[in-house]
Design a protein around this ligand. Structure first.
Ligand code: PLP
Length: 449
């Protein structure tokens, strides 16, 4: 049979695009084959938390690959697997100590939702199967994780194939769907956005609900929207009262991104399962997973048949885990989180100065070095761009031309969110590099407006 010669053997996400070919990367910068430099203001997809070219991580990976490049965790273990799990267990809230590894965040969330289901089944509650997520959440692109999230653009082509999960709205005090203000909610000690969860649970019946999943700070779908005080604590209470497993997706917020190891710590909550990814290996290898509470693991051991009926070929891949262990040691030794907190204050300050100059910059929000701003047609009239215009992507293209890349998020089809730009540089970024980031963003906004 005659071979059809492809124009390009790579199956790109966007068939119409040719992307710059990166030949090397160092610190916060990527360099393409023509020598052009890009400031990586989004750490790739909020993953390269330690910047590029950290040789000790590369060396740890090479060393492990030489020792034992692959063993299957169904039959064997490695020392690095245990060492990394112990480090992660120590970083997590006190009641979460048991770590299960996957290759990516979507797989981690699939695993968490399945584990919650198995937990109920093994305790003699097989009817508890429904997952509740949020319309403004994103938990990954596999069918289960996509079903848990609410991204209308990503879901639309697959609606018929998605699992029948339930959803509530995420809090967004700046555009409160209940037309309340944060002050009123705090004064009345009543958060309708949290009570919506209780209402839905009553409607469906708690006896059929398995888990609730949410991001502590909404990343890609809303651009770093922080929930009001007390929201996550109230959700924790509601889950407890209804015997629902509370899964907090820290794939984006974990590993120092918001200034603490996990964002859950800042909100004073202990979820039943935390999922993680991205920053765990600082992007050096595909690695993610979940940290499960002792209560759930003990119950599985006591009530189940001794297995988590699940598993991936590459769970706990030795080279990925070695990258994770080297990354975690680097975070600790170099005080990366304290740099993140310090530079966060400076970046917020520089962004509010920039906002004075640009009418397209709406609300600025976030925590640590996960910061977003709304992109508006005109702030004084609070007008959003139509979703089909792709405003945030256009702004990012202007930035790329000028040597920086951000993480744009476009408006949703149903209009519940507008455009935003997410800024998440490596947590090792310096003040001078932030100045450069702001200068390029300034030029890009001018060209865009
Ligand atoms: N959860 C959150 C909060 C994410 O931001 C992402 C990715 O952007 C995922 C899950 C999915 O992770 P992955 O792309 O590694 O499958």
């Amino acid at each position: 049979m005659e071979r059809v010669v492809a124009k390009d053997y790579v199956f790109h996400r966007d068939f119409s695009k040719q992307y710059p070919v990166i030949t090397h990367a160092e610190g916060v910068y990527l360099y393409d084959e023509h020598g052009k430099r890009y400031l990586d203001a989004s750490s790739g997809a909020i993953a390269a938390n330690l910047g590029h070219g950290v040789t000790e991580i590369a060396e740890a990976m090479a060393e492990q690959a030489k020792k034992a490049g692959f063993v299957h965790t169904l039959r064997f273990e490695t020392k690095v697997l245990h060492e990394l799990a112990a480090e992660i267990g120590k970083m997590a809230p006190p009641s979460l100590n048991r770590v299960y590894f996957t290759s990516g965040g979507s797989e981690a969330n699939e695993s968490a939702m399945k584990l919650a289901r198995q937990y109920h089944r093994d305790r003699g509650k097989p009817e508890k199967h429904v997952v509740i997520g949020r319309w403004q959440g994103y938990h990954g692109n596999t069918l289960g994780s996509l079903s848990a999230g609410g991204d209308s653009k990503r879901r639309k082509p697959y609606t018929a194939t998605l699992a029948k999960f339930e959803h509530i709205h995420s809090p967004y005090c700046h555009r409160c769907p209940y037309k309340r203000s944060e002050e009123i909610c705090q004064r009345e000690k009543l958060l309708p956005c949290a009570e919506e969860l209780e209402r839905l649970i009553k409607e469906i019946g708690p006896e059929s609900i398995s888990s609730f999943i949410c991001e502590p700070i909404v990343g890609s779908q809303q651009g770093a929207v922080v929930p009001p005080d007390g929201y996550l604590q109230r959700v924790r209470e509601i889950c407890d009262q209804n015997d629902i497993v509370f899964i907090v997706d820290e794939v984006m917020t974990g590993f120092g991104r918001t200034g603490t190891d996990f964002a859950s710590e800042q909100f004073g909550i202990q979820p039943d399962i935390i999922t993680f990814g991205k920053g765990v290996s600082a992007g050096y290898a595909p690695l993610a997973g979940m940290i499960v509470s002792d209560r759930i693991v003990d119950s599985l051991i006591e009530n189940g048949d001794g297995h988590f009926i699940h598993g991936y070929t590459f769970s706990g891949h030795p080279v990925s885990v070695a990258a994770g262990l080297a990354a975690v040691r680097y975070y600790q030794r170099e005080n990366v989180l304290s740099n993140c907190r310090e530079q966060s204050v400076y970046l917020f300050q520089r962004l509010s100065e920039l906002q004075q100059k640009h009418s397209s910059m709406g609300q600025i929000r976030g925590k640590g070095l996960l910061i977003g701003f709304e992109l508006l047609m005109d702030r004084s009239q609070d007008r959003m761009f139509p979703p089909s215009f792709g405003a945030a992507e256009r702004l990012n293209q202007e930035a790329i031309k000028r040597g920086a890349t951000f993480y744009p998020g476009s408006g949703t089809i149903d209009g519940t969110n507008g455009d935003h730009l997410l800024i998440g540089p490596p947590l090792t970024i310096t003040r001078d590099e932030i100045d450069e980031l702001i200068a390029i963003l300034d030029q890009a906004l001018t060209a865009f407006e």
